[in-house]
Structure formats: C-alpha cells, structure tokens
Design a protein around this ligand. Structure first.
Ligand code: NAP
Length: 500
C-alpha cells in the first residue's frame, strides 16, 4: 500500500476522533469531507431547545482528551459542541477538513484499487474510505397525508428553525423519543398550548443530572486522576446494565418499578398516568431519562393525544377519532433514517455492486466495519455497533483502533486491497443475530433498532469490552487481499487527490 491515503466522511465524534488518532499514530495523509461548515456532527445539527446528552459526559468524551470542565453531569449540546471544536483546534485537524463538501457517491475503481468519491466540490480519490456519517444523520419525516398543506412552520428536531419563535403559539410535537422528551419541557412554559402526539409511550427514568461546581471542576483540573477514576466508575456501572439487557431480563422488573414510580410521583391524574405508561418491556426501546418531561405534560397548557394522526391540514392535525387539533407550528421529533434505509450516500463496490442493494434486507458488516466486495471501505458506528446502555464514544474509539491497525497493516505488508471474506462476514453476523432472541431488544416492541422484518441491525448485543477486544487488531486472515502491484500506482494515490 505504501503511501496511500485515507478519506473520512464526516467530522462528528467519529470522523474527528479518527483524524486525531491518525495524527497521533503518525499518519497525516488523510482528508475529512464534511458537508456542513463546522465540525460536530449530530452535536452541531441537533440544536433544539433542551438538547443534552443522556450519557454522563465524563464518559461520553474521548479517552485521550478528558475534559475537567464539564458544567453538568450530563452536558448540554452547546458544551459538547464546544468540546469537539476545541479538540479539532488542539490537534490541528481543521486543516485536513474540506468543509461544505457533501459526498454524493463513492465507487471502487478496480483498476487502481482506489475509491473515487464524488462530492459537491468535485471528485476525490483515496485508497481507503471511512464512512463516519454516524447512525443518526438523516432526519426522518413521517409520511403523513397533507403534511405539505400545513400553513404554519413545520420542522424536524434535528433542523431546529431558530427564526421561528414558539412564544405564545400552539405547538404540536410529533414523537416521544429521546429528542421529544428533551424538547417538550424546554418549550412547555413559553408556548400557549402544547399538543404532544404520542404513538407509543416511552419509558422514562429520573435523570441524575447535577451541576458540577467550580470547586469540583478545579479538582478535576488539578487532580486528573479524579476524572479518570470517575470515568472508570461510570464505565463499569453502565456496563452492568448489559447483564439485565442481555442475560437476566428478569432484573428489568426493578427498573420498571423505578420508572412507574417516576410516573406516579409526577402525574396525579389517573387517566393521564395510564396514557403515559408504556405497554412494552422496558429496555426494548431506548430507556429515556428526564426530570421534567412528566411535569411539563402535567401543566394545564399541555395535552397528550394518543389517537393516531390521520392527516395534517393547513391549520393543524386531524386524528383518527376525527378531532381537529389546531397548531401554529409542528415539530417533527420523529427520529432518523437508519441502516434499514441504506447507506448515507450511494456506495458501489466490486463489479459496481450497490451497498444499498446488498443491505436491502438490513445493514450488516463484519465487526460493524467492513462488507465483502466493498474493499478498503470501513464504517465507524456501522451496523450493530449501537448502544442503549453506555457511551458510543467508547465504541467509536474501538472502531478507530481497528481502522488504524488496518491502514498500518496494509502499509507494512504493501497491500493495495483488503476485502473481508464472505464466510467470515456471514459467520460473524449469524452469531450476532443468534444473540438477540431472549434479550430485551427482542421482547416484542417495534423500535428503530430493527428492520421492518424485525432484524436488529443497530444494537451491539454484548459488553462493550468484548467489542473492544475484537477490534483491537486487524486480522489479515479474515480478509482477501491484493498485494501492491507497482510503485507507480501507489504513488498515484499518495494523497487524497481532487479533480474539480
Ligand atoms: P426516535 O427515538 O426514533 O423517536 C421517534 C419518535 O417519533 C417515536 O416516538 C415514534 O413513535 C414517533 N413517530 C415516528 N413516526 C411517527 C408518526 N407517523 N406518527 C406519530 N409518531 C411518530 O427519535 P429521536 O427521539 O430523535 O431519537 C433517536 C435516537 O437519537 C435515540 O434513540 C438516541 O440514540 C439518539 N438521541 C440521543 C440523545 C442523547 O441525549 N444522547 C438525544 C436525542 C436523541 P414510535 O415510538 O411509536 O415509533
């Protein structure tokens, strides 16, 4: 492989972190393609009121860049975005990023064993392509009859329309996922009326969210061991949840009790309590955390509508019971397109094979990273790497190690092309799918973790340290390889080249 280069798509936690880790590993010939004009990925895009992390920030941050200055146990979005911007500056990654460059498609060129990547700013070529677009970057707008006829402002939670003040308005919020439960309390006191359209009630636990005093921040700054110790403590505390999710679902009854107590403490009206009590096993969908969600819904200006949405009209929403709910604005807190909807951009591998076609029955990858017939292509946050119990940054850092070891191996062994063996890929994915029956994720609910046919393509069904151990080394024996053919070809790929 010689001096071949790397293209990374996306500069969120994954792409940015990989850039930093590559530099730390002495690999500098990489380019990051970023469609927006700033780093941050999901933490740049999700600027809705109340946006904050639901994993403790001392764990939800890079291991190599611990942050002693978090102001809360669960940092708000703007603090996380500032942290990512600081990381980009500190490690000198910005000069590697092409902002405003949206990838439209990528095609593997078998003649040169390189990826040709088409973007809104021309064509890029590189030996290795890393998709770090994240699992949740494409807003999902539900297909509701009449949506286009709505006369007020309507926008997605991940595309918050700051120019539209909700003050004094009647606002309809569609959805009750992790985004909605943060938006609802944040806007409840400024709107005139809030109508929450709930298809499925979520399980919500109290959030142990506290401010971190200046004194503690000073201690974290002066005694780095404290931050490290807290991180380890949080890691193992959260990791214990896997025992209940995966091995002893019976333990979830204690979590269910904590969640039902939370409803009982917050909502006095029995009818409302019933409406807000989920009818599926806790943990099947993401368990949410909020101290203000139920209180906001208990306010006199809030209504929870559980009849299905039939259509949207110019001035509101009509539900299946024929009721018309007047709305001045509609917030779609309806989630994101996932692996079930194909890759984030068109990808064509050997013989022009489309990844969308390959993934038509659900996204799959070896170690969430590689797919047969798509050589030199790696995913960060790929299929079955998602977590519902701990920090995704831990999983991303594991995938980064795998990619870096792959690049090193290719260079040292002078390999031009690596493509995961079909039998290795199949065995791995059969094993992953075998682990789901009997777990909370397969207990009967419908979640974005699954395809329409019920196959779980999102969740990592294990402890995160197991994934880390599997991705520690790139095992060449799992791959079909093509050795370097000539110096001329190699040098043709020495840099991520652009033809405008
Ligand atoms: P989500 O969890 O997929 O929730 C989407 C919501 O929209 C669900 O309640 C869904 O109902 C509802 N919905 C979709 N189509 C609908 C329709 N036609 N009519 C009525 N309701 C409809 O999306 P999200 O809340 O944006 O969260 C997505 C993921 O982002 C989370 O699981 C989490 O991983 C991540 N996230 C993380 C944080 C954080 O703090 N770290 C914050 C926000 C998001 P059903 O439940 O019935 O399908």
């Amino acid at each position: 492989m010689g001096d071949s280069s790397i293209l990374i798509v996306g500069s969120g936690f994954g792409g940015l972190g990989l850039g930093i880790r590559l530099k730390k590993a002495g690999i500098h010939d990489f380019t990051i393609l970023e469609q927006a004009d700033d780093v941050g990925g999901t933490w740049r895009d999700n600027q809705y009121p109340g946006a904050a992390c639901d994993v403790q920030s001392h764990l939800y941050s890079y291991s190599f860049e611990r942050n002693p200055t978090w102001t809360r146990t669960f940092a708000p979005q703007r603090e996380i975005l500032s942290y990512l911007r600081r990381c980009a500056d500190k490690y000198g990654v910005r000069s590697h990023i092409r902002f405003g460059t949206e990838v439209t498609s990528a095609r593997f060129d078998e003649r040169s064993n390189t990826w040709a990547v088409s973007t809104t700013r021309g064509l890029f070529r590189a030996r290795v392509l890393v998709s770090a677009t994240g699992g949740l970057c494409r807003p999902m707008y539900p297909n509701i009859e009449g949506a286009e006829s709505f006369g007020g402002k309507a926008f997605h939670s991940a595309r918050w329309y700051n120019a539209c003040s909700l003050h004094g308005k009647t606002v309809g919020v569609i959805g009750t996922g992790a985004s909605a439960i943060q938006i609802v309390p944040a806007i409840a006191s400024q709107v005139n009326r809030l109508v929450l359209f709930q298809r499925t009630a979520p399980w919500v636990l109290p959030k142990p969210d506290y401010p971190i005093s200046e004194k503690w921040r000073m201690l974290f700054r002066r005694i780095p061991f404290l931050g490290w110790f807290l991180r380890i403590f949080l890691y193992w505390t959260l990791e214990l949840r896997v025992l209940a999710f995966l091995h002893f679902p019976g333990l979830m009854k204690y979590v269910t009790r904590a969640a039902t107590d939370h409803i009982a403490r917050s909502i006095s009206d029995p009818g409302m309590r019933t409406k807000l009590t989920p009818d599926y096993t806790i943990g099947c969908k993401r368990i949410l955390m909020s101290n203000e969600y139920y209180q906001a819904l208990a306010k006199p200006n809030a209504e929870v509508v559980t009849d299905g949405i039939e259509r949207i009209v110019a001035d509101g929403v009509v539900t299946a019971d024929g009721r018309h709910h007047a709305c001045d604005a509609i917030v779609y807190a309806t989630g994101f397109k996932t692996g079930d909807d194909g890759p984030a951009f068109e990808i064509r591998g050997l013989g022009g094979m489309s990844l969308e076609e390959r993934w038509k029955d659900g996204a799959m990858a070896y170690l969430s990273a590689t797919v047969p017939d798509f050589p030199n292509l790696f995913f960060l946050c790929g299929p079955n790497s998602g977590l519902s119990h701990s920090s995704m940054v831990f999983m991303l850092e594991s995938s980064m190690s795998y990619v870096i070891d792959a690049v090193r191996t290719m260079r040292v062994r002078r390999i031009e092309r690596v493509s995961v063996k079909a039998d290795v890929f199949t065995r791995y994915n059969e094993d992953i799918q075998r682990r789901f029956p009997g777990t909370v994720w397969s207990s009967g609910c419908k979640s974005w973790y699954q395809t329409g046919s019920g196959k779980n393509v999102a969740i990592w069904p294990g402890f995160t340290f197991q994934y880390r151990s599997l991705t520690k080394h790139f095992r060449l024996r799992d791959y079909e390889i093509v050795a370097q053919r000539s110096e001329a070809l190699t040098s043709a790929c020495a840099d991520a080249s652009i033809s405008p």
